[in-house]
Design a protein around this ligand. Structure first.
Ligand code: SF4
Length: 192
C-alpha cells in the first residue's frame, strides 16, 4: 500500500472532467471543479490523504497526468516526494544544443512530399500531396494551419515526425505571409 496525498488546486482546475474519466473512484465534478471524497480545503486547494493499492495509485497518477492545467498533485507521504507535481521544474534537465545538417540529417518521407503555396485571392493555403512518382494525389486547402494539418494527419499522409514538424513550420510561414500580404516561397525564410 502507498500512503499518498491527492490535491486539486481549484485556481487551476478548468473543470473539463478528464480526471473523473481516469479515476472516478477519487474524482468527481461539483460546480465545474474537481472534488475528492471527504476532502479538506486549504485556500484554493482541496485534498485527501489515504492508503492506496498499486492499482488505485496508478489511477490517481493517470488522473493527475491527464489534467491539462497541472491542477492535481499526487504526493507520496512516506517517501516525501511528488509522484505528480503541479509545478513544472527544469532542475536537472538534460540540455541539448539543437543542430541540423540538411546534407546529413534529411530523410525523405517514404509516403511522399508536400507542395505548398498561398492563394492570396481567397486567403487560403494550398497543400498538394505528391507520392513518390511525382504525382499530386491530394490537394488540401484551408485558411488556418490547424485545419490543414489535422486533415493531413487524418488522411495519414505523413509517416515521419520531422516531416510533420516541417509541415507545421511551412504552414505557419504561409499563414503569416497571407496575413502580412508578403511573398511565400516554400523552404525559404520569410522576408518581413
Ligand atoms: S482534469 Fe484537471 S482541470 Fe480537468 S477537472 Fe480534473 S482537475 Fe480540473
Amino acid at each position: 500500500m502507498h500512503k499518498v496525498r491527492i490535491e486539486v488546486d481549484h485556481n487551476k482546475c478548468v473543470g473539463n472532467g478528464a480526471c473523473v474519466a481516469a479515476d472516478p473512484a477519487h474524482f468527481s465534478l461539483k460546480d465545474e471543479k474537481a472534488v475528492l471524497p471527504q476532502q479538506k480545503k486549504t485556500g484554493s486547494v482541496v485534498s485527501i490523504e489515504k492508503e492506496l493499492s498499486d492499482e488505485q495509485l496508478k489511477d490517481a497518477i493517470d488522473a493527475a497526468k491527464v489534467c491539462p492545467t497541472n491542477a492535481i498533485r499526487v504526493f507520496d507521504v512516506k517517501e516525501n516526494v511528488n509522484l505528480v507535481a503541479t509545478e513544472v521544474t527544469s532542475s536537472g534537465s538534460k540540455v541539448i544544443i539543437a543542430q541540423y545538417d540538411d546534407a546529413e540529417d534529411f530523410v525523405l518521407d517514404p509516403k511522399g512530399y508536400f507542395l505548398i503555396r498561398i492563394l492570396p485571392e481567397t486567403k487560403e493555403i494550398e497543400v498538394g500531396f505528391c507520392n513518390m512518382k511525382n504525382k499530386v494525389e491530394v490537394v488540401v486547402r484551408g485558411k488556418k494551419p490547424i485545419d490543414i494539418y489535422h486533415n493531413i494527419a487524418k488522411l495519414e499522409l505523413i509517416s515521419r515526425m520531422e516531416h510533420a514538424s516541417y509541415l507545421g513550420r511551412e504552414l505557419q510561414k504561409a499563414f503569416i505571409a497571407l496575413q502580412k500580404g508578403i511573398k511565400y516561397v516554400q523552404d525559404d525564410e520569410l522576408i518581413l
